[in-house]
Design a binder for this molecule. Structure first.
Ligand code: FAD
Ligand code: NAI
Length: 511
Protein backbone atom coordinates (compact mmCIF):
# COMPACT_ATOMS: atom_id res chain seq x y z
CA UNK A 1 0.00 0.00 0.00
CA UNK A 2 2.88 2.34 0.89
CA UNK A 3 4.57 1.53 -2.40
CA UNK A 4 1.38 2.36 -4.24
CA UNK A 5 1.13 5.71 -2.40
CA UNK A 6 4.73 6.51 -3.29
CA UNK A 7 4.03 5.72 -6.92
CA UNK A 8 0.92 7.90 -6.86
CA UNK A 9 2.95 10.71 -5.30
CA UNK A 10 5.64 10.40 -7.97
CA UNK A 11 3.01 10.33 -10.68
CA UNK A 12 1.42 13.54 -9.31
CA UNK A 13 4.83 15.18 -9.04
CA UNK A 14 5.57 14.36 -12.68
CA UNK A 15 2.17 15.75 -13.67
CA UNK A 16 2.72 18.91 -11.67
CA UNK A 17 6.21 19.53 -13.05
CA UNK A 18 4.92 18.93 -16.58
CA UNK A 19 2.14 21.47 -16.07
CA UNK A 20 4.55 23.89 -14.40
CA UNK A 21 6.96 23.51 -17.37
CA UNK A 22 4.17 24.09 -19.91
CA UNK A 23 2.91 27.05 -17.86
CA UNK A 24 6.40 28.55 -17.69
CA UNK A 25 6.98 28.13 -21.42
CA UNK A 26 3.51 29.53 -22.14
CA UNK A 27 4.16 32.57 -19.96
CA UNK A 28 7.50 33.12 -21.77
CA UNK A 29 5.74 32.96 -25.15
CA UNK A 30 3.01 35.35 -23.97
CA UNK A 31 5.63 37.82 -22.73
CA UNK A 32 7.47 37.61 -26.07
CA UNK A 33 4.25 38.25 -27.97
CA UNK A 34 3.22 41.14 -25.73
CA UNK A 35 6.33 43.19 -24.99
CA UNK A 36 5.83 46.22 -22.72
CA UNK A 37 5.69 49.60 -24.52
CA UNK A 38 9.20 50.93 -25.00
CA UNK A 39 10.62 54.24 -23.77
CA UNK A 40 12.14 56.58 -26.30
CA UNK A 41 15.91 57.03 -25.94
CA UNK A 42 17.20 60.26 -24.38
CA UNK A 43 19.01 62.28 -27.11
CA UNK A 44 21.42 63.64 -24.48
CA UNK A 45 22.82 60.18 -23.79
CA UNK A 46 25.83 58.82 -25.61
CA UNK A 47 25.37 57.01 -28.93
CA UNK A 48 26.48 53.40 -28.75
CA UNK A 49 26.82 51.76 -32.17
CA UNK A 50 26.94 47.96 -32.31
CA UNK A 51 28.10 46.28 -35.53
CA UNK A 52 26.78 42.77 -36.19
CA UNK A 53 23.92 40.58 -35.00
CA UNK A 54 25.92 37.46 -34.22
CA UNK A 55 26.81 35.69 -31.00
CA UNK A 56 28.87 38.52 -29.51
CA UNK A 57 26.67 41.49 -30.38
CA UNK A 58 23.38 39.80 -29.51
CA UNK A 59 24.70 38.59 -26.17
CA UNK A 60 25.72 42.21 -25.45
CA UNK A 61 22.30 43.53 -26.52
CA UNK A 62 20.47 40.96 -24.40
CA UNK A 63 22.09 42.15 -21.19
CA UNK A 64 22.57 45.86 -21.98
CA UNK A 65 20.39 48.41 -20.11
CA UNK A 66 19.40 50.31 -23.23
CA UNK A 67 18.00 53.27 -21.25
CA UNK A 68 21.60 54.37 -20.60
CA UNK A 69 22.53 54.97 -24.25
CA UNK A 70 21.18 55.72 -27.71
CA UNK A 71 21.78 52.29 -29.13
CA UNK A 72 22.10 51.72 -32.88
CA UNK A 73 22.61 48.23 -34.31
CA UNK A 74 23.98 47.79 -37.84
CA UNK A 75 24.17 44.47 -39.65
CA UNK A 76 23.49 43.13 -43.13
CA UNK A 77 21.63 40.27 -41.41
CA UNK A 78 18.38 41.17 -39.65
CA UNK A 79 18.48 38.03 -37.52
CA UNK A 80 20.59 36.12 -35.05
CA UNK A 81 21.82 32.74 -36.31
CA UNK A 82 22.33 29.76 -34.01
CA UNK A 83 25.44 28.47 -35.85
CA UNK A 84 25.93 25.18 -33.91
CA UNK A 85 22.94 23.67 -35.75
CA UNK A 86 23.84 25.11 -39.17
CA UNK A 87 25.41 21.84 -40.45
CA UNK A 88 22.01 20.14 -39.84
CA UNK A 89 20.35 22.64 -42.21
CA UNK A 90 22.47 21.49 -45.16
CA UNK A 91 20.59 18.20 -45.34
CA UNK A 92 17.20 19.31 -44.08
CA UNK A 93 17.45 17.61 -40.68
CA UNK A 94 16.57 21.08 -39.44
CA UNK A 95 14.85 23.79 -41.48
CA UNK A 96 16.89 26.98 -41.64
CA UNK A 97 14.24 29.29 -40.17
CA UNK A 98 14.18 27.21 -37.00
CA UNK A 99 17.62 28.51 -36.01
CA UNK A 100 17.06 32.16 -36.94
CA UNK A 101 15.70 34.74 -34.51
CA UNK A 102 14.67 38.15 -35.92
CA UNK A 103 16.75 40.94 -34.42
CA UNK A 104 13.66 43.19 -34.34
CA UNK A 105 11.93 40.69 -32.05
CA UNK A 106 15.01 40.62 -29.79
CA UNK A 107 15.18 44.42 -29.68
CA UNK A 108 11.46 44.82 -29.05
CA UNK A 109 11.98 43.23 -25.63
CA UNK A 110 14.35 46.01 -24.50
CA UNK A 111 13.09 48.68 -22.08
CA UNK A 112 14.24 51.58 -24.26
CA UNK A 113 13.97 51.31 -28.01
CA UNK A 114 17.00 50.54 -30.16
CA UNK A 115 17.48 51.56 -33.79
CA UNK A 116 18.38 48.87 -36.30
CA UNK A 117 19.78 49.46 -39.80
CA UNK A 118 20.01 46.51 -42.17
CA UNK A 119 23.28 47.56 -43.74
CA UNK A 120 26.90 46.61 -44.05
CA UNK A 121 29.57 48.78 -42.48
CA UNK A 122 32.13 49.51 -45.19
CA UNK A 123 34.62 51.55 -43.17
CA UNK A 124 35.22 52.96 -39.72
CA UNK A 125 36.92 56.31 -39.14
CA UNK A 126 38.20 56.24 -35.55
CA UNK A 127 39.39 59.88 -35.72
CA UNK A 128 36.07 61.36 -36.87
CA UNK A 129 34.15 58.69 -34.93
CA UNK A 130 31.89 57.68 -37.79
CA UNK A 131 30.94 54.42 -39.48
CA UNK A 132 30.22 54.40 -43.20
CA UNK A 133 27.33 52.06 -44.06
CA UNK A 134 25.61 50.90 -47.24
CA UNK A 135 22.49 48.95 -48.09
CA UNK A 136 23.59 45.78 -49.86
CA UNK A 137 20.10 44.32 -50.28
CA UNK A 138 18.19 43.95 -53.56
CA UNK A 139 15.78 46.83 -52.99
CA UNK A 140 17.40 50.20 -52.47
CA UNK A 141 15.87 53.53 -51.52
CA UNK A 142 17.04 56.93 -52.73
CA UNK A 143 19.66 56.80 -50.00
CA UNK A 144 21.60 53.60 -49.78
CA UNK A 145 24.88 54.86 -48.38
CA UNK A 146 25.47 57.12 -45.41
CA UNK A 147 27.50 57.73 -42.25
CA UNK A 148 26.57 56.98 -38.64
CA UNK A 149 28.39 58.96 -35.93
CA UNK A 150 29.16 57.24 -32.63
CA UNK A 151 30.41 58.07 -29.15
CA UNK A 152 31.12 54.41 -28.42
CA UNK A 153 31.54 51.61 -30.97
CA UNK A 154 31.43 47.83 -30.62
CA UNK A 155 32.79 45.80 -33.54
CA UNK A 156 31.24 42.31 -33.61
CA UNK A 157 31.34 41.50 -37.31
CA UNK A 158 32.71 37.95 -36.99
CA UNK A 159 34.99 36.43 -39.61
CA UNK A 160 34.80 35.08 -43.14
CA UNK A 161 35.97 31.71 -44.45
CA UNK A 162 39.70 31.46 -45.12
CA UNK A 163 40.65 30.49 -48.66
CA UNK A 164 44.40 31.27 -48.31
CA UNK A 165 44.26 32.61 -51.87
CA UNK A 166 44.10 29.04 -53.21
CA UNK A 167 43.19 29.04 -56.87
CA UNK A 168 39.56 28.18 -57.67
CA UNK A 169 38.23 27.99 -54.09
CA UNK A 170 36.06 31.11 -54.28
CA UNK A 171 34.65 30.20 -57.67
CA UNK A 172 33.90 26.51 -57.22
CA UNK A 173 33.33 25.62 -53.58
CA UNK A 174 30.55 26.19 -51.08
CA UNK A 175 31.34 27.68 -47.67
CA UNK A 176 29.41 26.91 -44.49
CA UNK A 177 29.06 30.09 -42.44
CA UNK A 178 25.72 31.65 -43.18
CA UNK A 179 22.14 30.52 -43.81
CA UNK A 180 22.57 31.17 -47.55
CA UNK A 181 25.55 28.78 -47.60
CA UNK A 182 23.52 25.98 -46.00
CA UNK A 183 20.68 26.51 -48.47
CA UNK A 184 23.11 26.46 -51.40
CA UNK A 185 24.65 23.20 -50.19
CA UNK A 186 21.23 21.60 -49.70
CA UNK A 187 20.23 22.49 -53.26
CA UNK A 188 23.56 21.31 -54.68
CA UNK A 189 23.44 17.92 -52.95
CA UNK A 190 20.08 17.18 -54.56
CA UNK A 191 21.26 18.65 -57.89
CA UNK A 192 24.17 16.21 -57.87
CA UNK A 193 21.83 13.31 -57.05
CA UNK A 194 19.27 14.22 -59.74
CA UNK A 195 22.00 14.87 -62.33
CA UNK A 196 23.57 11.50 -61.52
CA UNK A 197 20.14 9.93 -62.16
CA UNK A 198 19.92 11.58 -65.60
CA UNK A 199 19.31 9.14 -68.45
CA UNK A 200 22.39 7.41 -69.87
CA UNK A 201 24.81 8.96 -67.36
CA UNK A 202 28.06 6.95 -67.43
CA UNK A 203 29.17 5.13 -64.21
CA UNK A 204 32.31 7.31 -64.06
CA UNK A 205 30.21 10.47 -64.21
CA UNK A 206 27.82 9.11 -61.55
CA UNK A 207 30.86 8.44 -59.35
CA UNK A 208 32.08 11.99 -59.85
CA UNK A 209 28.70 13.61 -59.23
CA UNK A 210 28.15 11.61 -56.06
CA UNK A 211 31.62 12.26 -54.70
CA UNK A 212 31.25 14.93 -52.01
CA UNK A 213 34.55 16.44 -50.89
CA UNK A 214 34.87 18.38 -47.62
CA UNK A 215 38.05 20.39 -47.05
CA UNK A 216 38.93 21.10 -43.41
CA UNK A 217 38.79 18.58 -40.58
CA UNK A 218 37.87 21.12 -37.91
CA UNK A 219 34.46 20.87 -36.21
CA UNK A 220 32.62 22.48 -39.16
CA UNK A 221 34.03 20.01 -41.71
CA UNK A 222 33.53 16.96 -39.47
CA UNK A 223 29.94 17.84 -38.51
CA UNK A 224 29.01 18.54 -42.12
CA UNK A 225 30.58 15.30 -43.42
CA UNK A 226 28.72 13.37 -40.71
CA UNK A 227 25.35 14.99 -41.53
CA UNK A 228 25.91 14.29 -45.23
CA UNK A 229 26.63 10.59 -44.71
CA UNK A 230 23.56 10.31 -42.43
CA UNK A 231 21.43 11.90 -45.15
CA UNK A 232 22.62 9.40 -47.66
CA UNK A 233 22.24 6.35 -45.38
CA UNK A 234 18.84 7.30 -43.98
CA UNK A 235 17.10 8.87 -46.97
CA UNK A 236 18.78 8.99 -50.36
CA UNK A 237 19.76 5.33 -50.27
CA UNK A 238 16.13 4.28 -49.69
CA UNK A 239 14.79 6.50 -52.44
CA UNK A 240 17.45 5.65 -55.06
CA UNK A 241 18.96 2.29 -53.98
CA UNK A 242 20.94 1.93 -57.22
CA UNK A 243 23.23 4.76 -56.00
CA UNK A 244 24.43 2.86 -52.93
CA UNK A 245 27.83 2.00 -54.45
CA UNK A 246 28.45 5.43 -55.90
CA UNK A 247 27.89 7.83 -53.01
CA UNK A 248 31.14 8.74 -51.30
CA UNK A 249 32.28 11.41 -48.83
CA UNK A 250 35.97 12.42 -48.56
CA UNK A 251 37.23 14.62 -45.74
CA UNK A 252 40.57 16.33 -46.39
CA UNK A 253 42.66 17.75 -43.54
CA UNK A 254 46.13 19.32 -43.68
CA UNK A 255 47.08 18.31 -40.11
CA UNK A 256 47.76 14.73 -38.94
CA UNK A 257 44.29 14.48 -37.29
CA UNK A 258 40.76 15.75 -37.56
CA UNK A 259 39.25 17.77 -34.66
CA UNK A 260 42.72 18.85 -33.47
CA UNK A 261 41.26 20.87 -30.57
CA UNK A 262 39.73 17.77 -28.93
CA UNK A 263 41.54 15.28 -26.68
CA UNK A 264 43.57 12.47 -28.26
CA UNK A 265 41.10 9.81 -27.15
CA UNK A 266 38.17 11.64 -28.79
CA UNK A 267 40.17 12.26 -31.97
CA UNK A 268 40.75 8.50 -32.29
CA UNK A 269 37.10 7.76 -31.52
CA UNK A 270 35.94 10.32 -34.10
CA UNK A 271 38.25 9.00 -36.81
CA UNK A 272 37.21 5.40 -36.25
CA UNK A 273 33.50 6.36 -36.21
CA UNK A 274 33.84 8.33 -39.45
CA UNK A 275 35.68 5.43 -41.08
CA UNK A 276 32.94 3.00 -39.96
CA UNK A 277 30.50 5.22 -41.79
CA UNK A 278 32.71 4.79 -44.90
CA UNK A 279 33.82 8.42 -44.88
CA UNK A 280 37.27 8.55 -46.44
CA UNK A 281 39.61 10.63 -44.24
CA UNK A 282 42.71 12.04 -45.88
CA UNK A 283 44.90 13.65 -43.23
CA UNK A 284 48.29 15.31 -43.85
CA UNK A 285 46.80 16.37 -47.17
CA UNK A 286 46.82 20.01 -48.25
CA UNK A 287 44.53 21.22 -51.03
CA UNK A 288 46.52 23.33 -53.50
CA UNK A 289 44.16 23.98 -56.37
CA UNK A 290 40.47 23.65 -57.22
CA UNK A 291 38.76 23.53 -60.63
CA UNK A 292 35.06 23.14 -61.45
CA UNK A 293 35.40 19.33 -61.31
CA UNK A 294 38.66 18.53 -59.52
CA UNK A 295 40.55 19.09 -56.30
CA UNK A 296 44.33 18.90 -56.42
CA UNK A 297 46.04 18.13 -53.13
CA UNK A 298 49.47 17.27 -51.81
CA UNK A 299 49.72 14.34 -49.36
CA UNK A 300 52.67 13.77 -47.02
CA UNK A 301 53.56 10.08 -47.15
CA UNK A 302 54.95 8.14 -44.12
CA UNK A 303 58.32 8.00 -45.96
CA UNK A 304 58.47 11.80 -45.79
CA UNK A 305 57.98 12.28 -49.51
CA UNK A 306 55.06 14.18 -51.04
CA UNK A 307 52.52 12.92 -53.51
CA UNK A 308 50.06 14.95 -55.58
CA UNK A 309 46.56 13.54 -55.92
CA UNK A 310 43.69 14.75 -58.07
CA UNK A 311 40.12 13.95 -56.99
CA UNK A 312 37.02 14.58 -59.08
CA UNK A 313 33.95 15.81 -57.23
CA UNK A 314 30.27 16.75 -57.58
CA UNK A 315 30.08 18.94 -54.47
CA UNK A 316 32.97 20.66 -52.72
CA UNK A 317 32.49 22.21 -49.29
CA UNK A 318 35.30 24.40 -48.03
CA UNK A 319 35.58 24.63 -44.23
CA UNK A 320 39.25 25.57 -43.80
CA UNK A 321 38.90 28.03 -40.91
CA UNK A 322 38.48 31.76 -40.38
CA UNK A 323 39.90 34.86 -42.06
CA UNK A 324 39.70 38.56 -41.16
CA UNK A 325 36.87 40.55 -42.80
CA UNK A 326 37.84 43.48 -45.11
CA UNK A 327 36.17 46.00 -42.74
CA UNK A 328 38.37 44.82 -39.89
CA UNK A 329 41.51 44.75 -42.07
CA UNK A 330 40.77 48.32 -43.12
CA UNK A 331 40.33 49.47 -39.52
CA UNK A 332 43.54 47.70 -38.46
CA UNK A 333 45.46 49.49 -41.20
CA UNK A 334 44.36 52.86 -39.73
CA UNK A 335 45.63 52.07 -36.21
CA UNK A 336 49.44 51.95 -35.76
CA UNK A 337 49.11 49.85 -32.58
CA UNK A 338 47.46 47.06 -34.67
CA UNK A 339 50.32 46.69 -37.15
CA UNK A 340 51.56 43.38 -35.68
CA UNK A 341 48.13 41.82 -35.32
CA UNK A 342 47.30 39.25 -38.01
CA UNK A 343 44.14 37.45 -36.95
CA UNK A 344 41.93 40.40 -36.07
CA UNK A 345 41.66 43.41 -33.79
CA UNK A 346 44.03 43.06 -30.85
CA UNK A 347 42.10 44.01 -27.70
CA UNK A 348 43.11 44.54 -24.08
CA UNK A 349 41.60 42.70 -21.10
CA UNK A 350 38.56 45.03 -21.19
CA UNK A 351 38.09 44.26 -24.91
CA UNK A 352 39.09 47.82 -25.90
CA UNK A 353 40.71 47.81 -29.35
CA UNK A 354 44.37 48.60 -28.73
CA UNK A 355 45.41 51.99 -29.99
CA UNK A 356 41.86 53.42 -29.91
CA UNK A 357 39.51 55.17 -27.51
CA UNK A 358 35.84 54.24 -27.28
CA UNK A 359 36.13 51.27 -29.66
CA UNK A 360 35.61 47.71 -28.38
CA UNK A 361 35.74 44.44 -30.30
CA UNK A 362 34.37 40.99 -29.49
CA UNK A 363 33.91 37.52 -30.96
CA UNK A 364 35.71 36.15 -34.00
CA UNK A 365 36.99 39.58 -35.15
CA UNK A 366 38.79 40.23 -31.85
CA UNK A 367 42.10 38.76 -30.73
CA UNK A 368 41.84 38.29 -26.98
CA UNK A 369 43.77 35.03 -26.71
CA UNK A 370 40.80 32.65 -27.01
CA UNK A 371 39.49 30.32 -29.73
CA UNK A 372 37.00 31.82 -32.17
CA UNK A 373 33.90 30.16 -30.76
CA UNK A 374 30.30 31.09 -29.96
CA UNK A 375 31.01 30.43 -26.29
CA UNK A 376 33.80 33.01 -26.20
CA UNK A 377 31.79 35.58 -28.21
CA UNK A 378 28.73 35.18 -25.96
CA UNK A 379 30.76 35.59 -22.77
CA UNK A 380 32.52 38.64 -24.19
CA UNK A 381 29.15 40.17 -25.10
CA UNK A 382 27.81 39.61 -21.58
CA UNK A 383 31.01 41.12 -20.15
CA UNK A 384 30.72 44.26 -22.30
CA UNK A 385 27.05 44.71 -21.35
CA UNK A 386 28.00 44.66 -17.68
CA UNK A 387 30.90 47.03 -18.33
CA UNK A 388 28.68 49.51 -20.20
CA UNK A 389 25.92 49.29 -17.59
CA UNK A 390 28.55 50.04 -14.93
CA UNK A 391 30.04 52.89 -16.96
CA UNK A 392 26.61 54.51 -17.23
CA UNK A 393 26.12 54.03 -13.49
CA UNK A 394 29.53 55.65 -12.85
CA UNK A 395 28.57 58.66 -14.92
CA UNK A 396 25.25 59.15 -13.14
CA UNK A 397 26.88 58.74 -9.70
CA UNK A 398 29.63 61.20 -10.66
CA UNK A 399 26.97 63.68 -11.73
CA UNK A 400 25.09 63.20 -8.45
CA UNK A 401 28.29 63.78 -6.44
CA UNK A 402 28.99 66.93 -8.41
CA UNK A 403 25.47 68.27 -7.80
CA UNK A 404 25.63 67.47 -4.08
CA UNK A 405 29.10 69.01 -3.75
CA UNK A 406 28.01 72.23 -5.41
CA UNK A 407 24.85 72.40 -3.27
CA UNK A 408 27.11 72.10 -0.23
CA UNK A 409 28.97 75.19 -1.29
CA UNK A 410 26.22 77.45 -2.50
CA UNK A 411 22.79 76.41 -1.23
CA UNK A 412 21.80 77.84 2.15
CA UNK A 413 20.02 75.51 4.57
CA UNK A 414 21.61 72.32 3.23
CA UNK A 415 22.35 69.78 5.94
CA UNK A 416 26.14 69.68 5.48
CA UNK A 417 26.78 66.59 7.62
CA UNK A 418 24.04 64.57 5.92
CA UNK A 419 25.15 65.64 2.43
CA UNK A 420 28.79 64.85 3.14
CA UNK A 421 27.77 61.40 4.34
CA UNK A 422 25.75 60.82 1.16
CA UNK A 423 28.73 61.94 -0.93
CA UNK A 424 30.97 59.52 0.93
CA UNK A 425 28.54 56.66 0.28
CA UNK A 426 28.33 57.58 -3.39
CA UNK A 427 32.12 57.68 -3.66
CA UNK A 428 32.32 54.20 -2.21
CA UNK A 429 29.72 53.02 -4.71
CA UNK A 430 31.75 54.67 -7.46
CA UNK A 431 34.89 52.87 -6.36
CA UNK A 432 33.10 49.51 -6.42
CA UNK A 433 31.83 50.18 -9.95
CA UNK A 434 35.23 51.41 -11.12
CA UNK A 435 36.94 48.29 -9.76
CA UNK A 436 35.38 46.27 -12.60
CA UNK A 437 37.32 43.06 -13.15
CA UNK A 438 38.84 42.38 -16.58
CA UNK A 439 37.31 39.81 -18.92
CA UNK A 440 37.82 36.23 -17.86
CA UNK A 441 36.71 33.36 -20.11
CA UNK A 442 35.23 30.29 -18.48
CA UNK A 443 35.42 27.27 -20.79
CA UNK A 444 32.36 25.02 -20.49
CA UNK A 445 33.61 22.39 -22.93
CA UNK A 446 33.37 21.41 -26.60
CA UNK A 447 30.80 19.26 -28.36
CA UNK A 448 30.65 17.93 -31.90
CA UNK A 449 28.30 15.66 -33.85
CA UNK A 450 30.15 12.86 -35.64
CA UNK A 451 27.30 10.99 -37.38
CA UNK A 452 25.21 7.79 -36.85
CA UNK A 453 23.62 9.46 -33.81
CA UNK A 454 26.97 9.76 -32.05
CA UNK A 455 28.71 12.82 -30.66
CA UNK A 456 31.91 13.68 -28.81
CA UNK A 457 32.17 15.93 -25.77
CA UNK A 458 35.14 17.43 -23.95
CA UNK A 459 33.39 18.95 -20.97
CA UNK A 460 34.85 20.85 -18.02
CA UNK A 461 33.72 19.35 -14.74
CA UNK A 462 34.80 20.74 -11.37
CA UNK A 463 38.51 21.31 -11.87
CA UNK A 464 38.89 18.48 -14.35
CA UNK A 465 37.73 17.40 -17.76
CA UNK A 466 35.36 14.67 -18.93
CA UNK A 467 35.87 13.22 -22.40
CA UNK A 468 32.97 11.17 -23.73
CA UNK A 469 31.77 9.88 -27.07
CA UNK A 470 28.84 7.80 -28.36
CA UNK A 471 25.05 7.65 -28.40
CA UNK A 472 24.53 8.95 -24.86
CA UNK A 473 26.80 11.88 -25.65
CA UNK A 474 24.61 12.48 -28.68
CA UNK A 475 21.56 12.84 -26.41
CA UNK A 476 23.60 15.23 -24.27
CA UNK A 477 24.65 17.14 -27.44
CA UNK A 478 21.02 17.48 -28.49
CA UNK A 479 19.76 18.60 -25.09
CA UNK A 480 22.68 21.03 -24.62
CA UNK A 481 22.08 22.70 -27.98
CA UNK A 482 18.34 22.74 -27.42
CA UNK A 483 18.76 24.52 -24.12
CA UNK A 484 21.17 27.00 -25.78
CA UNK A 485 18.72 27.89 -28.59
CA UNK A 486 17.86 31.57 -28.53
CA UNK A 487 14.12 31.42 -27.82
CA UNK A 488 11.26 29.10 -26.90
CA UNK A 489 10.09 29.48 -30.50
CA UNK A 490 13.48 28.20 -31.79
CA UNK A 491 13.40 25.29 -29.35
CA UNK A 492 9.90 24.32 -30.39
CA UNK A 493 10.79 24.50 -34.11
CA UNK A 494 14.02 22.51 -33.68
CA UNK A 495 12.25 19.71 -31.74
CA UNK A 496 9.55 19.69 -34.39
CA UNK A 497 12.17 19.39 -37.18
CA UNK A 498 13.98 16.56 -35.39
CA UNK A 499 10.70 14.65 -34.95
CA UNK A 500 9.62 15.38 -38.53
CA UNK A 501 12.85 14.21 -40.16
CA UNK A 502 12.98 11.10 -37.95
CA UNK A 503 9.36 10.16 -38.65
CA UNK A 504 8.94 11.08 -42.32
CA UNK A 505 12.55 11.31 -43.48
CA UNK A 506 14.29 14.45 -44.74
CA UNK A 507 12.66 16.43 -47.51
CA UNK A 508 14.62 15.74 -50.70
CA UNK A 509 12.75 18.17 -52.94
CA UNK A 510 15.00 20.78 -54.53
CA UNK A 511 13.72 24.37 -54.19
P1 FAD B 1 29.04 36.03 -35.94
O1 FAD B 1 28.15 35.22 -35.08
O2 FAD B 1 29.54 35.42 -37.20
O3 FAD B 1 28.27 37.38 -36.29
C1 FAD B 1 28.83 38.37 -37.08
C2 FAD B 1 27.75 39.38 -37.42
O4 FAD B 1 28.32 40.50 -38.07
C3 FAD B 1 26.69 38.84 -38.35
O5 FAD B 1 25.43 39.31 -37.95
C4 FAD B 1 27.07 39.45 -39.68
O6 FAD B 1 25.98 39.60 -40.56
C5 FAD B 1 27.58 40.81 -39.23
N1 FAD B 1 28.47 41.49 -40.19
C6 FAD B 1 29.36 40.94 -41.04
N2 FAD B 1 29.99 41.90 -41.74
C7 FAD B 1 29.49 43.08 -41.30
C8 FAD B 1 29.72 44.43 -41.64
N3 FAD B 1 30.61 44.78 -42.59
N4 FAD B 1 29.03 45.40 -41.00
C9 FAD B 1 28.12 45.07 -40.05
N5 FAD B 1 27.85 43.81 -39.69
C10 FAD B 1 28.52 42.83 -40.31
N6 FAD B 1 31.07 27.77 -31.83
C11 FAD B 1 30.82 27.10 -30.69
O7 FAD B 1 31.26 27.55 -29.62
N7 FAD B 1 30.10 25.95 -30.69
C12 FAD B 1 29.59 25.42 -31.81
O8 FAD B 1 28.96 24.38 -31.80
C13 FAD B 1 29.83 26.11 -33.04
N8 FAD B 1 29.35 25.62 -34.20
C14 FAD B 1 29.59 26.29 -35.36
C15 FAD B 1 29.11 25.76 -36.56
C16 FAD B 1 29.36 26.41 -37.75
C17 FAD B 1 28.84 25.83 -39.03
C18 FAD B 1 30.10 27.60 -37.77
C19 FAD B 1 30.36 28.33 -39.05
C20 FAD B 1 30.60 28.13 -36.59
C21 FAD B 1 30.36 27.47 -35.37
N9 FAD B 1 30.85 27.96 -34.18
C22 FAD B 1 30.59 27.30 -33.00
C23 FAD B 1 31.64 29.20 -34.15
C24 FAD B 1 30.72 30.38 -33.84
O9 FAD B 1 29.62 30.40 -34.69
C25 FAD B 1 31.48 31.69 -33.97
O10 FAD B 1 32.62 31.66 -33.18
C26 FAD B 1 30.56 32.84 -33.57
O11 FAD B 1 29.51 32.96 -34.49
C27 FAD B 1 31.33 34.14 -33.48
O12 FAD B 1 30.45 35.13 -33.08
P2 FAD B 1 30.60 36.62 -33.61
O13 FAD B 1 29.55 37.43 -32.93
O14 FAD B 1 31.99 37.06 -33.51
O15 FAD B 1 30.30 36.53 -35.17
P1 NAI C 1 39.04 25.27 -37.98
O1 NAI C 1 40.03 26.34 -38.10
O2 NAI C 1 38.74 24.71 -36.65
O3 NAI C 1 39.46 24.04 -38.91
C1 NAI C 1 39.86 24.23 -40.26
C2 NAI C 1 40.75 23.08 -40.66
O4 NAI C 1 41.03 23.18 -42.05
C3 NAI C 1 42.08 23.10 -39.93
O5 NAI C 1 42.22 21.92 -39.19
C4 NAI C 1 43.11 23.25 -41.05
O6 NAI C 1 44.25 22.47 -40.83
C5 NAI C 1 42.35 22.73 -42.27
N1 NAI C 1 42.84 23.33 -43.53
C6 NAI C 1 43.10 24.62 -43.78
N2 NAI C 1 43.52 24.78 -45.05
C7 NAI C 1 43.54 23.56 -45.62
C8 NAI C 1 43.88 23.09 -46.91
N3 NAI C 1 44.29 23.89 -47.89
N4 NAI C 1 43.79 21.76 -47.14
C9 NAI C 1 43.35 20.93 -46.18
N5 NAI C 1 43.00 21.32 -44.94
C10 NAI C 1 43.09 22.62 -44.66
O7 NAI C 1 37.70 25.81 -38.72
P2 NAI C 1 36.18 25.46 -38.44
O8 NAI C 1 35.96 24.02 -38.34
O9 NAI C 1 35.42 26.20 -39.47
O10 NAI C 1 35.91 26.13 -37.03
C11 NAI C 1 36.07 27.53 -36.83
C12 NAI C 1 35.87 27.85 -35.36
O11 NAI C 1 34.51 27.57 -35.00
C13 NAI C 1 36.75 27.02 -34.45
O12 NAI C 1 37.16 27.78 -33.36
C14 NAI C 1 35.82 25.93 -33.96
O13 NAI C 1 36.15 25.48 -32.67
C15 NAI C 1 34.47 26.62 -33.96
N6 NAI C 1 33.42 25.62 -34.24
C16 NAI C 1 33.03 24.84 -33.19
C17 NAI C 1 32.11 23.85 -33.39
C18 NAI C 1 31.75 22.97 -32.24
O14 NAI C 1 32.17 23.23 -31.13
N7 NAI C 1 30.95 21.95 -32.47
C19 NAI C 1 31.50 23.61 -34.72
C20 NAI C 1 32.04 24.46 -35.75
C21 NAI C 1 32.96 25.43 -35.50
Amino acid sequence: KRGFRKLRFLWRLTYLSLFAGIGYAGYGIWLDRHPAPQQQPDPNKKTLVVLGTGWGSVSLLKKLDTENYNVIVISPRNFFLFTPLLPSCTTGTIEHRSIMEPIRAILSRKKTSVQFFEAEASSIDPDRKVVKIFDDSEIKGKISETEVPYDMLVVGVGSETATFGIQGVNEHSCFLKEIGDAQRIRKKIMDCVETAAFKDQSPEEIDRLLHMVVVGGGPTGVEFAAELQDFFEEDIKNLIPEFSHHFHVTLIEALPNVLPSFSKQLIEYTESTLKEQTIDIKTKTVVKKVTDRTVEAQCSLPSGSKETIVLTYGLLVWAAGNAVRPLVKDLMSKIPAQKDSRRGLAVNEYLVVQGTRDVWALGDCAVAGYAPTAQVAAQEGAFLAKLFNNMAKTESVEEEIQNLSSSLNVKPGVNAAETSQTIEQLEQQLKRVRDAKPFHYSHQGSLAYIGSEKAVADVSWWNGNIAAGGKLTYLFWRSAYLSMCFSTRNRFLVINDWLKSKTFGRDVSRE
